[in-house]
Design a protein around this ligand. Structure first.
Ligand code: HEC
Ligand code: HEC
Ligand code: HEC
Ligand code: HEC
Ligand code: HEC
Ligand code: HEC
Length: 495
């Protein structure tokens, strides 16, 4: 029989065409890449969510493309046979005869080329894996939507800590969860339908306490920490208003110091659990404490009458206070105060605090719009003042590090739970409105000295009168409703 007659080709031989063969090389290479990525992923010390995208999305995509090419080649070839067409001139007919010099050369070139391709694919995948480990990748390449977090991170105490060190928890469960949501996030990004602002709690991807504990030790006794808050009033003189205090951070492990102070709720010698009604955990109507001896006390607010079994009970962890360790968006009030304290805004410019805060708090839809309007507003307010340029520059710098209108990210969308001035923070539980069953006590709170002692306050000479016993907070002439500071202070100007 004429070997060139189409019918002479068996089913298997229909794969003998360039398309199918190229598909095979592609499929084998991507399978090889997948195995390699899978192995790296399995044994890497710091698991990486983007690895999942490579291993479980990109590599299989190429694998399927290769398989599709093999099949397409087969189908095309079958069609030719059905139509009774003869082999194409110069078409590929696998009829290897190793005694022929040309065949030997072709085979060596093909095998050599394929091995080279497979090797390069593997190398490429491994390099890509390394790229996805870097912060630039997390913050920039794949993550336009995460620009706000990346910017804020670069100004945080953790600017040298890799994103993956906090965002990928240890253990198989965390690992798989990050993989799955990584893939979902990729999809959302491609479809441009990710939520604005991004809410990590919706994504069920909260940072776990164990990840903080890879570097920080819950048993450590921190004791007293001295802090100075340099504030300025929104008056014509930008009157300085400084508070110096000693925060009783304490500790929670009796082996390393007394169990006392703020860090006493670290789940070492006691356990605090709570129910929250929203995913930012702003509203906490129910709290349960189990002390070292196993005594349980439940506290709840008066208007919370629900059966607790209807709610999820959570254990308090680092993130219930330190929820912005790496991505703190400063409020306009706080950002302008710190710019003045560091001399970046001249406190000698009349009404500077009030005006810059006013310019920053307006709602702008885009960054260019914000730049234009902030500039126009401040230029108009300070017409003829040669300090206006510097003021505008600093206002824009504050805006650019703390406000991300396109992602709707700023201090309002990401409230900070440390403290209690601009948002309820500690006062979500410590406002004195959570009672135990017989209403004989509340969670310690209305006493201002439970957490800190104010040792000096005011400006100039007043600040030198340090009182180590601590004194009452004197709040200008104005009354303050104890203790709900955030009812008036919300990061903007007070009326
Ligand atoms: C020190 C640990 C830490 C590091 C390092 C870190 N993050 Fe975060 N990140 C957090 C915590 C904590 C949250 C908030 C968790 C919560 O509210 O439950 C968070 C939240 C986020 C969110 C959700 C939006 C938000 O602001 O709540 C994104 C997105 C994010 N981080 C991206 C990144 C990127 C990108 C990097 C690296 C450039 C990074 N993170 C580095 C701890 C960290
Ligand atoms: C990879 C190590 C690492 C991880 C993980 C880590 N931290 Fe840190 N953290 C540090 C280092 C280092 C510093 C000290 C930075 C400095 O003062 O120079 C620090 C500082 C801090 C501070 C003091 C901040 C300040 O303003 O001085 C807090 C609070 C803190 N970390 C909380 C957390 C929390 C909460 C987590 C978990 C979400 C966490 N850290 C995860 C390494 C880490
Ligand atoms: C009840 C709230 C709360 C919890 C829970 C909590 N912290 Fe803190 N922590 C604070 C406060 C308040 C400060 C001091 C004020 C500040 O740094 O702004 C502080 C200070 C720190 C510091 C800085 C200490 C220093 O020497 O300056 C570190 C580090 C820290 N916490 C880590 C952690 C880690 C890790 C966890 C979880 C295991 C944790 N904290 C749990 C409230 C808390
Ligand atoms: C989820 C609720 C909750 C939040 C939020 C919370 N606490 Fe507490 N805190 C408690 C409970 C409950 C106790 C124990 C009260 C008791 O034993 O009666 C407590 C006790 C304390 C104590 C007293 C420890 C002692 O016995 O000496 C301090 C100090 C303290 N908290 C500081 C803070 C600070 C600072 C913050 C904010 C950064 C904060 N807490 C946020 C629930 C909370
Ligand atoms: C449950 C603990 C707790 C109680 C109770 C508490 N504070 Fe505070 N307070 C804090 C913490 C924590 C900070 C530090 C916040 C930070 O580091 O950003 C703070 C900060 C402050 C500041 C500085 C705020 C700023 O940003 O300028 C003032 C002023 C203050 N507290 C006054 C009071 C007064 C007055 C009371 C009593 C009504 C009180 N505090 C009760 C925990 C507490
Ligand atoms: C009834 C409203 C109200 C309440 C409640 C209130 N404040 Fe104020 N506070 C003001 C006003 C008004 C000013 C003066 C604003 C100015 O000139 O900038 C002010 C100024 C301040 C300042 C200095 C300026 C600044 O913006 O930082 C601090 C610090 C402060 N308050 C802390 C607190 C704390 C802490 C609490 C809770 C214990 C509290 N306030 C409760 C209205 C209030």
């Amino acid at each position: 029989m004429n070997p060139n007659h189409p019918d002479s080709r068996t089913r298997l031989s229909r794969f003998r065409n360039w398309l199918s063969l190229a598909g095979m090389v592609l499929a084998i290479s991507s399978f090889f890449a997948f195995v390699l990525l899978f192995a790296v992923d399995l044994f890497a010390t710091h698991a990486n969510p983007y690895m999942g995208i490579l291993a479980y999305v990109v590599a299989p995509m190429f694998l399927f493309a290769g398989l599709a090419m093999i099949l397409a080649g087969y189908i095309l070839e079958t069609r030719r046979i059905r139509k009774g067409l003869p082999l194409r001139e110069g078409s590929f007919e696998l009829n290897i005869n190793l005694s022929r010099k040309r065949d030997r050369r072709l085979l060596v070139a093909f095998v050599g080329g394929s091995i080279g391709f497979i090797f390069l694919t593997a190398l490429g995948s491994y390099q890509t894996y390394h790229l996805t480990e870097t912060n630039t990748f997390c913050g920039e390449a794949c993550h336009k939507p995460m620009e706000p977090q990346y910017k804020a991170y670069q100004h945080s105490a953790h600017a040298q800590v890799a994103c993956v060190a906090c965002h990928v928890g240890p253990g198989a469960e965390n690992y798989i969860r990050t993989k799955v949501s990584g893939v979902r996030q990729l999809y959302q990004m491609v479809m441009n339908n990710y939520p604005k602002p991004i809410n990590i709690r919706h994504a069920d991807q909260r940072v776990a306490e164990v990840t903080c504990q890879t570097c920080h030790w819950s048993q450590k006794h921190t004791g007293d920490v001295h802090r100075t808050y340099k504030r300025f009033l929104a008056d014509e003189e930008n009157t300085p208003f400084t508070v110096q205090m000693v925060l009783n951070v304490g500790g929670s492990d009796p082996v390393h110091g007394p169990v006392e102070g703020i860090h006493s709720h670290m789940n070492v010698s006691n356990k605090i659990e709570f129910i929250s009604l929203d995913d930012m955990r702003m509203e906490i109507p129910w709290v349960r404490v189990t002390d070292a001896d196993g005594n349980v006390t439940e506290y709840r607010t008066d208007d919370f009458k629900d059966d607790i079994s209807k709610h999820t009970i959570r254990s308090m962890d680092c993130m219930d206070c330190h929820n912005r360790p790496a991505h703190k968006f400063m409020s306009p009030n706080a950002a302008v105060d710190s710019a003045m304290a560091f001399g970046r805004i001249d406190p000698g410019i009349p009404w500077a605090k009030a005006k810059v805060v006013e310019a920053l708090v307006q709602q702008y839809a885009t960054r260019p719009e914000a730049h234009e309007k902030i500039t126009a507003f401040l230029r108009a307010e300070y017409e003829g003042d040669d300090r206006a340029d510097a003021l505008v520059r600093e206002a824009l710098a504050i805006y650019d590090t703390n406000f991300f209108p396109e992602m709707k990210a700023d201090w309002r969308s990401y409230p900070d739970h440390i403290g209690h001035k601009d948002t309820n923070g500690c006062f979500r539980c410590h406002a004195g409105n959570h009672f135990n069953a017989d209403r004989s006590k509340t969670i310690k709170g209305s006493d201002c000295n439970v957490c800190h002692k104010i040792i000096a306050q005011g400006a100039g000479e007043e600040l030198e009168k340090v009182n180590l016993k601590g004194h009452d907070f004197f709040h200008l002439d104005s009354e303050y409703l104890e203790p709900n500071c955030a009812e008036c202070h919300n990061g903007q100007l007070q009326e």
